[in-house]
Design a protein around this ligand. Structure first.
Ligand code: IVH
Length: 702
């Protein structure tokens, strides 16, 4: 069973700005973003229910790009920057696009638009604006799904979704149900042509569909885009036919012969062949004109029959488009200028604190209900304590909020009111509202966290799941779901409760039979004896991942010693605290986390209760047998540890460290620029290791 193994070893890269990440954190963050964006992409392109709104998705994409710009060497093979959409999921046949279907880069203001135009100009070697004017075609950016239609000798032979940009799903039969799709192109058409466009549902059709769904007692769609996606991906084309999808054609893929010199002429050809092309498209000559177009369309937006989320600007000259080509997932000749999110003003009634599963205290604004772009909003996020202080919003204030897509709205700031007495400035709580433990904010962090890790009901389930996970207590048969279930039933509230579980507690529970109960009981019994390192890791203390837990276990040796020293280390400036912080690679930040955990009486009580039910094995370095009685020589420069540190490490593992290589030497560890000693080792046939090999042998390889 796959269980989450939290490794709270380091600061959380996800909460650090792209400019402040170090290289290790950046690598971890790029990995996280790749996985997250892949998942969100699948939900967006394949499923019907988006997890985040467009603005949040865009923000993640930009964050990924910013990190990649700073650390070009860390760009991953599976970088989201090079991926479009999601691979087909099965169910439909695959369709390979003859020319890839790409995505568009976004801009959000005039300066960014001008930067886009300047980049294109520079790429083409065009001097200044007066010299060669770039003409753009502006088209409303339809919030639907892009599709590719293939016509052979003027006849529609197949159509597919974008998929991952290279391969999509063959949805030909569903596309045939579209009213705006010509089966045959009228007039002259090339032998083979791929035509691209957007499939969407008109707002009125969406409302009618949802009404129908409601009457039939079926699930409602979140927005027209999701409804269109669901309709297009129906395996039964008659279901698609019942949902009136529309189409606007707007681009070309492969064509066996050129059909136009400019994009605007191409749009006319599309019209001539019988496609519907957005009537609001216009040819523009400057950034000022684009800005005006943007503003005009924003005003018309709510009265349009379909959802749009911005304007696409394409360089009109197809010859220039060809020269500009693509970079990564997007063309250099087009850009999407997105609309800002919709805003409204209302009253902030109350600031409530939510405690997340990791103990983070998050302020939530409770609002006087207000309609923002057709959605009734009653809650908004305030992010964190700094954000509240910076905006100086107080309960009772009038506030401006913003909503984009289906996301949680955000509070932008306060709207001053004359002659109105304001409430007191908001004071962020220093205790957890869920369990009463102290809430603290570590230096350099924005998040205030509850310290009641083991006892806080808001965190318990996640902590328990961590506790039973494979690298910790490894209790097979106690999965995420059972933990959740037993927690709800009141059977497991604290870690100790796991070891007090009796067979009769489970008898009669759904899904639990004698064999599974016995198996679980045996697994719990087996976990009752546990090595110190796993025990420490299992507690789920922030920053104490497997590596740090092992370091602590090795250093303190026994549970009793560790427990006693940690309690003493809660006193700032005590010898024990200093000793803890100076353990190699532990450091003060980790020492602070441990001290915070031990300073909380609730945690100590839960810990003692748990320890009382267990046999916690002293830490004996598992590698000691290999090094006991061995003689080691270190030579050259070590880059990840000092020489004294390496020596201490070897000695802890039972070895003797000497300076010169002789017949008696068992192992020579070679740092960089190892000289005569390396040669001597080779001559005598003595085993050697490089630094990485040594770290691995010593059990400190990360
Ligand atoms: S052109 C290589 N034109 O926006 C350029 N796309 O963010 C390909 N979209 O995948 C796209 N309206 O689904 C283009 N008038 C328009 C569009 C449009 C909506 C969508 C399309 C595309 C996405 C890119």
């Amino acid at each position: 069973m796959a269980r989450k193994a939290a490794t709270p070893d380091a600061r959380d890269p996800a909460s650090i700005g792209p400019d402040e990440l170090n290289e290790t954190e950046a690598a971890a963050e790029l990995a996280r973003l790749a996985a997250l964006l892949a998942r969100l992409g699948r939900a967006y392109h394949g499923g019907d229910a988006p997890e985040v709104d467009d603005a949040e998705y865009d923000a993640l994409v930009r964050r990924n790009e910013a990190i990649e710009r700073r650390f070009p060497d860390l760009v991953r093979a599976d970088t989201p920057s090079a991926r479009v959409g999601a691979a087909p999921e099965g169910g439909f046949a695959k369709h390979a696009h003859l020319v890839p279907m790409l995505s568009l880069d976004n801009v959000f203001d005039r300066a960014e638009f001008e930067a886009f135009a300047a980049r294109a100009r520079r790429f083409l070697g065009l001097k200044d604006e007066a010299d060669t004017r770039l003409r753009f075609v502006a088209e409303p950016k339809i919030d639907g799904l892009s599709i590719s239609l293939t016509y052979q000798d003027g006849r529609f032979i197949g159509g597919a979704t974008r998929g991952d940009g290279t391969t999509g799903e063959d949805v030909t039969e569903n596309l045939r149900t579209l009213r705006g799709l010509p089966e045959r192109l009228s007039g002259d058409a090339p032998g083979l042509i791929e035509i691209r466009g957007e499939v969407f549902l008109r707002k009125a059709d969406f409302l009618a569909l949802n009404q129908h769904q409601a009457e039939a007692g079926q699930r409602l769609f979140a927005n027209p885009r999701n409804a269109a996606a669901g309709a297009l991906r129906q395996l039964d084309a008659s279901v698609t036919a019942a949902r009136p999808l529309s189409l606007f054609a707007y681009a070309q893929g492969r064509s066996s012969e050129p059909v136009a010199d400019t994009h605007s002429d191409y749009l006319d050809r599309l019209r001539g062949w019988g496609f519907s092309v957005n009537p609001l498209s216009q040819v523009l000559e400057s950034a000022e004109a684009a800005e005006r177009f943007q503003a005009d369309l924003a005003l018309q937006r709510s009265s349009l029959e379909y959802d749009i989320d911005g304007v696409v600007y394409k360089i009109d000259d197809l010859g220039l488009q060809e020269r500009l080509g693509f970079v990564g997932r997007a063309p250099r000749w087009a850009v999407a200028w997105k609309f800002p999110a919709e805003q409204a003003i209302t009253r902030l009634e109350e600031i409530r604190i939510q405690v997340g599963r990791t103990g983070a205290l998050t302020p939530v604004a409770v609002l006087e209900p207000v309609n923002v772009g057709g959605v009734l909003v009653t809650r908004a996020t305030l992010h964190n304590a700094d954000e509240i202080a910076r905006k100086d919003v107080r309960p009772g204030d009038r506030v401006q909020l913003q909503r984009a897509g289906d996301v949680i709205p955000q509070i932008l700031g306060r709207v001053p009111e004359e002659g109105v007495e304001r409430g007191e400035p908001y004071v962020f709580p220093d205790h957890c509202p869920a369990c009463g433990s102290k809430a603290v904010r570590a230096e350099g962090e924005v998040v205030v966290r509850c310290t009641g890790g083991l006892v806080c009901p808001a965190q318990t389930v996640e902590r328990l799941i961590h506790l039973v996970s494979r690298p910790a207590f490894d209790i097979d048969g106690l999965g995420d779901k059972s933990i959740q279930e037993f927690h709800e039933a009141g059977l497991i509230r604290t870690p100790a409760d796991i070891f007090r579980l009796r067979p009769e507690d489970l008898e009669g529970r759904e899904g639990w039979k004698e064999t599974s109960i016995n198996r679980l009981m045996r697994a719990i019994e087996a976990a009752r004896t546990i090595p110190l390192a796993r025990f420490i890791f299992g507690l789920g203390i922030r920053r104490i991942g497997e590596t740090n837990a092992r370091l602590l276990a090795r250093h303190y040796g026994s549970y009793a010693a560790w427990r006693e020293q940690m309690q003493a280390a809660t006193t700032v400036g005590s010898d024990e605290r200093l000793a803890l912080g100076s353990i190699s690679r532990v450091g003060t930040a980790i020492a602070d986390e441990l001290a915070t955990f031990f300073a909380e009486a609730h945690n100590r009580a839960a810990l003692d209760e748990l320890a009382g039910l267990l046999t916690i094995e002293d830490e004996v370095a598992p590698e000691s047998a290999a090094l006991a009685g061995k003689t080691i020589v270190f030579t050259g420069t070590l880059t990840t540890m000092t020489r004294p540190e390496a020596k201490a490490m070897a000695e802890r593992l039972g070895a003797k460290v000497t300076d010169s290589v002789s017949q008696k030497t068992d192992l020579v560890v070679l740092g960089t620029d190892a000289g005569s000693k390396a040669k001597k080792a080779a001559a005598l046939g003595i085993a050697t290791l490089d630094e990485a090999g040594w770290r691995e042998l010593a059990g400190v390889a990360e």
